[in-house]
Write a protein that binds this ligand. Structure first.
Ligand SMILES: CO[C@@H]1O[C@H](CNc2nc3cc4c(=O)[nH]c(N)nc4cc3[nH]2)[C@H]2OC(C)(C)O[C@@H]12
Length: 373
């Protein structure tokens, strides 16, 4: 723990990086996976369990929390950490992406976005300054700039307009954030699937003395090879001394391939959302526990796992719970999936430390391919 926000690059192995973010509320071992706690809860999990799986940091969402319970209310209640009882770091997304994907967007202009709440239809306005103010009221440790994420495919001119607007908003967020030693504000690289726009965005953000860089505008339905190519174009432009965060990514395969290209931080709803829908991630690949073939299979998901949800419950029981739409089904699969994701990150970090990331990458993919599930 340190009084200020610091990133230490500890080792590299090819493009893969081993590092640590240290800040007053704790350290984040990178490459890191950040469970998504959209409205102040990692769905179907106790936060003690989330910590026990190995998470150093969780995500919250400005858009959701400003609508319910409300940013000023969270502030009056002592901030998000106290309210949800999570004393480790929290990263909050700025709301731009969620406005586009979830709300009835009414207007987007230089000032900000005006939108209707998907909760009760009420009208809201969010400027770069208001987004940073909300993230401050929440008590967020790592705050994201307000940006405009364009859905792909899109015309290069449209992507350029949104990227340039996001750069101007980054500057306004940087001013609004000011100097908060123990906290950080990350810029978000935009530019869609256009390498030249990605490079311009990264170069523009580098002028702002930011503590970290998120890669936005991806994991919005584009093919994996497009996402990876944007990383190959963007990451060499960014300083090696600051953390890189790939927003919304991803599957275990996405994570391995993105770590190989130099990403330090990830977040994705995949392990929790798909867990609630009956999908189990294991060292040997995915298991759709709803499938009838599991109905009388008394084996656990993974007898070698340290996670009770993976080791102590039969597939037959998990199948029954999910088929019966019982809450315990989603709880156990979310627990298994987050535990698997954190074990994957731990394996990645150890492999980089030992200079054998390429071997780990190959071994892991071979295990998935064997499919002796
Ligand atoms: C594949 O899962 C769906 O896709 C989203 C994950 N992909 C994603 N790409 C993102 C890009 C940005 C961005 O450019 N800027 C800001 N500020 N935040 C972002 C957040 C992002 N998340 C999940 O979001 C929902 C829940 C809508 O479905 C999931």
């Amino acid at each position: 723990m340190t009084e200020t926000f610091q990133f230490t690059l500890k080792a590299t192995d090819g493009g893969a990086r081993l590092g640590e973010v240290s800040m007053p509320r704790g350290a984040i071992r990178t490459p890191a996976f950040m469970p998504v706690g959209t409205v102040g809860t990692v769905k179907a999990m106790y936060l003690d369990q989330v910590r026990e799986t190995g998470a150093d940091i969780i995500l919250g969402n400005t858009y959701h929390l400003m609508l319910r319970p409300g940013a000023e209310r969270v502030g009056r209640l002592g901030g998000l950490h106290k309210l949800i009882r999570w004393e480790h770091p929290i990263l909050t997304d700025s709301g731009g992406f969620q406005v586009m994907s979830l709300s009835g967007l009414r207007k987007l202009d230089e000032q900000g976005v005006t939108f209707k709440s998907h909760v009760d239809g009420s009208l809201h306005h969010m400027s770069p300054e208001r987004s940073i103010e909300i993230q401050g009221l929440l008590g967020s440790d790592i705050q994201m700039q307000l940006d405009e994420c364009v859905a792909l495919p899109a015309e290069p001119k449209e992507i350029e307009r949104a990227m340039e607007l996001s750069l101007r908003w980054a500057e306004r967020c940087r001013v609004a954030f000011g100097e908060q030693g123990g906290k950080a504000m990350f810029g978000i690289v935009q530019g869609g699937d256009q390498p030249d726009l990605r490079i311009r965005s990264a170069e523009g953000l580098k002028q702002l003395d930011l503590k970290g860089y998120a890669i936005g505008g991806l994991a919005v339905g584009e093919p994996q090879d497009v996402m990876l190519k944007m990383l190959e174009e963007t990451l060499p432009v960014l300083p090696t001394t600051k953390p890189r965060y790939l927003m919304g990514v991803g599957t275990p395969d996405d994570i391995l391939k993105s770590v190989a290209r130099g990403i330090d931080m990830f977040d994705c709803v995949m392990p929790t959302r798909s867990g609630r829908h009956g999908l189990a991630f294991t060292r040997r690949g995915r298991i759709n526990i709803r499938n009838a073939r599991h109905a009388e299979d008394m084996r656990p998901l993974d007898e070698e796992s340290r996670c009770p949800a993976a080791r102590d419950y039969s597939r037959a029981y998990l199948h029954h719970l999910v088929r019966s739409d019982e809450a315990l089904g989603g709880m156990l699969l979310s627990w298994n999936n987050l535990s698997y994701y954190q074990d994957l990150m731990k394996g990645i970090r150890l492999a980089i430390a030992e200079g054998r990331f390429a071997e780990f990458y190959a071994e892991t993919q071979a295990m998935w391919a064997r499919g002796d599930l």
